[in-house]
Structures are given as C-alpha cells and as structure tokens.
Design a protein around this ligand. Sequence first.
Ligand SMILES: C[S@@+](CC[C@H](N)C(=O)[O-])C[C@H]1O[C@@H](n2cnc3c(N)ncnc32)[C@H](O)[C@@H]1O
Length: 258
Amino acid sequence: MRHIYIVGIGTGNPEHLTVQAINTLNKVDVIFIPSKGAAKAELADVRKDICQRYVTNMAIRFVDYAVPVRQTADRSYVQSVDDWHAQISSTYERLFQDHLTEEGSGAFLVWGDPSLYDSTIRIIERVRARDRVALDYSVMPGITSIQALTASHRIPLNLVGKPVQITTGRRLTESFPGIVETAVVMLDGELAFSKIDDPDAYIYWGAYLGTEDEITIAGRLADVSDCIVATRTEARAKHGWIMDIYLLRKGSDFDDQA
Ligand SMILES: C[S@@+](CC[C@H](N)C(=O)[O-])C[C@H]1O[C@@H](n2cnc3c(N)ncnc32)[C@H](O)[C@@H]1O
C-alpha cells in the first residue's frame, strides 16, 4: 500500500528539522512541494532549501504541485474551507496516482507541526475516505510557531499551573481578556490585539520567526500596540506577505494562591 509521511518542518529555520524528519525525507520515493503563487515563493524556497541541505538520497524525486486557491465568494467560511479541502483532496489523489506506485511512498513538508492549524492530516483522511487510492500515513512532529515565539522571547508558555488558549484573531475577544490569562493568537489578519483596551495586558509578538527576517516586539500592550501595527504594516509591504503570532498575558505566576 502507498505510504504518505506528513513531516513537520518547523517555522522557517532549517535547523528546526528533527533527526526523525531528516531520516524520513531520505527514505521516501517522492517529496511533494507546494507552490502558492509568487507572493509566497519564499515559503516554497524554505522547503527547497531544507531538501537541498538534508536530502542526500539522490534517488528521491521532487514533484511540484499548485495548491488550489480558496474561493470565498457566495459561501460561508465553513463551506469555503470544506470546498477547498475537497479540491486539495482531488489534487493529492492525482499526485498519488500519477507519481507513486502502489507500494510507493511520498512526503509532504508541513510548516511548523502538522497538528496545529494545518489541514494536511484532514485532507489525507479525506483521500482515504474517497477510497480511490489505497494508502496509509504517518505524522512526524515539528516545532510550532508557538514554540518559536516563546523561545525567541525566552518566556514560558503558561503561568504556573494555569491553562493556555490557542485561538485566532477572529475569535480572540471571546476569551481574552476575561476568561483566560494566556492567549496565543494565530492567523490574525485583522490586528485583533489593537482593539483590546486593558491596562494590565502584556503582548509578546513575533513575525517571520525562525527566519533571518525575524522581528519580535514585547511590552505592555497599551505601550507597544501602535509600534506593532506600524512594524507589521511596513514588513508586510516589504515582503509582500507576513506570518505573525503573539501571546497575550494578564496576571502572573502564583497570583491566585494564598
Ligand atoms: C496555517 S497556520 C500554520 C501553523 C503551523 N502549523 C505551526 O505549527 O506553527 C499559519 C499561522 O501560523 C503562524 N506562523 C507560522 N509560522 C510563523 C512564523 N515563522 N512566524 C510567525 N508566525 C508564524 C501565524 O500565526 C500564521 O498565520
């Protein structure tokens, strides 16, 4: 049966790759490389750089494929994502039929870790459910952008014995401030932090983490919010794209213990 490896590659620094990931990349028949258009060419370049550094098995084939663009017109967010995943499943199915033998193996290089705001696992499950191409799969963990953020700021993710919420910009105000003391915000195109008015909130922000363009800013939210907005706008214009993440915090270790 075909075997697909979903390999976490970390967030832009080739040294994030685990030994397990490197060994896996060197044993497959094909490595599939996505392209998402010129604006995100740098992300495809990180994958190519990783392969150049670590793939020493000359027999491995590289297959580029175009990632379908998500359509948003005339449909809800959920419908839009569902349609998009269906399209990607068809793309994967064709890739496996065209480039893998029935006993062949392939790898996808997934940004960060495959379990965090990534749908490769879901899409492979869809391909299996369609049952036109028999396959099994394995997942190799990678360093997430959350770990890259906390490492760059040299902070623990959680306060002692307290929970953390991982959320999106769209849903941030449902929980912070008020419900959780630590919120990690990803996929925030709307600068949700800039709408929070809380004198006790701190922010630890990072963009292009792990890459040579990494930028970090930290401080009391009220003091650094404008600076982050301006830095983000400038960086986005310069690169043509941005990936940023931040941790918001209120409270401190042991502040709820007598
Ligand atoms: C589709 S999610 C993928 C997350 C990824 N699977 C992970 O483990 O981090 C993309 C979001 O992750 C965050 N992100 C990923 N890489 C990043 C980086 N190098 N610097 C800052 N944020 C990053 C951003 O919030 C971005 O909007």
